[in-house]
Design a protein around this ligand. Structure first.
Ligand code: FAD
Length: 287
């Protein structure tokens, strides 16, 4: 098994991602999911930011609630169509709130808007945050072991990832994948380029085949044929899909941690069940 040398942190780091909810009922449910997952003592939670800033207030609201409940939390942030002044206000709000970590992204562009903002790419957002807030925030950025779907080539995507690191990113979280070799190969190429920040695998539990297939097609994540075949064969049998998903994803996480990955970031989809089961399988409860 390949080992990833020279990560800056040697203690594995675990984080759980939420997306903002739209209704009071959804928020109450999310607070309960947060309570359940906080009991696992992750290093931090993160909250996504909708395309073009569409969830700006929702993200800020959930971030504040998680922070007040006593958990470390990292808001996701992107320029989208927002002005510099708006983004600066949000950064200062987060700073005043006591938030110390951000996930800086270009964000998905809402269709029909075009690339209007002058701060469009994630490396430019990282530069902006550093210029205005110095070293206050620990900045995470995104990266893509199976390569961003709009990238010209493998090498160009690596090149642009390095620009984010050179701009001041402290860590990276990957797009999800189900093939550990893609991650290890990518981590080695990053190392060849002198990228020394921790590259934490993003983990997507499997709970619903149709949603996973649609989402994966959009974000360029490959579902290996054998996994696809099994999931398709289960049809509407949600229990079998859940059990198979937990088994496959637990094995993936095990292989990643065994091979030297510096932690795991779970895309929880605002559910505690699958993540808790995987956590238990990995024997992390006792950490
Ligand atoms: P960038 O790093 O800016 O890259 C975007 C594309 O442009 C890549 O193909 C890259 O190779 C290329 N590129 C980069 N810099 C340049 C440059 N200077 N010149 C030319 N080309 C360049 N989306 C959301 O909307 N909200 C979220 O909260 C969110 N959270 C995410 C969290 C994680 C961990 C991940 C992996 C993804 C997340 N996404 C989110 C999705 C993400 O916004 C999309 O994948 C988006 O298309 C790219 O964002 P980025 O920050 O990686 O972009």
């Amino acid at each position: 098994m390949t080992h990833i040398p020279e990560q800056t942190d040697d203690k594995p780091r675990f984080s759980f991602e939420f997306f903002p909810t739209k209704t009071p009922q959804g928020e109450e449910k999310l607070r309960e999911v947060h309570r359940q997952l906080a009991a696992l003592q992750p290093d931090f939670f993160s909250v996504t930011y909708g395309a073009g800033g569409s969830t700006r207030d929702g993200t800020r609201h959930i971030v504040e609630a998680i922070h007040q409940a006593g958990s470390a939390v990292a808001p996701h942030l992107s320029f989208g169509g927002s002005s510099e002044a708006d983004i600066l206000t949000l950064l200062n709000d987060y700073k005043a709130m006591g938030i110390a970590r951000l996930v800086a992204l270009r964000g998905d562009i809402p269709s029909g808007t075009g690339a209007t903002s002058s701060y469009y790419y994630a490396n430019e957002l990282v530069e902006f945050v550093r210029r205005h807030t110095g070293e206050h925030f620990h900045i995470e950025v995104a990266c893509y072991p199976e390569i961003h779907p709009k990238s010209e080539s493998y090498d160009s995507d690596l090149h642009f990832f390095k620009k984010k690191v050179d701009a001041g990113a402290n860590g990276a979280i990957t797009q999800y994948f189900y093939n550990a070799d893609a991650y290890f190969y990518y981590a080695e190429r990053c190392q060849d380029l002198g990228i020394g920040i921790p590259i934490v695998p993003g983990i997507m539990p499997i709970t619903n085949y149709a949603n996973l297939a649609r989402f994966s097609a959009n974000c360029g994540a490959e579902i290996p044929r054998w996994i696809r075949q099994r999931l398709q064969a289960y049809g509407d049998d949600a229990d079998s899909i859940r059990d198979f998903g937990i088994e496959v994803v637990s094995q993936l996480c095990d292989a990643l941690l065994d091979g030297g990955a510096p932690g795991l970031h779970f895309y929880t989809m605002n559910q505690s069940g699958p993540v808790s089961a995987i956590w238990h399988n990995l024997g992390l409860s006792a950490r």
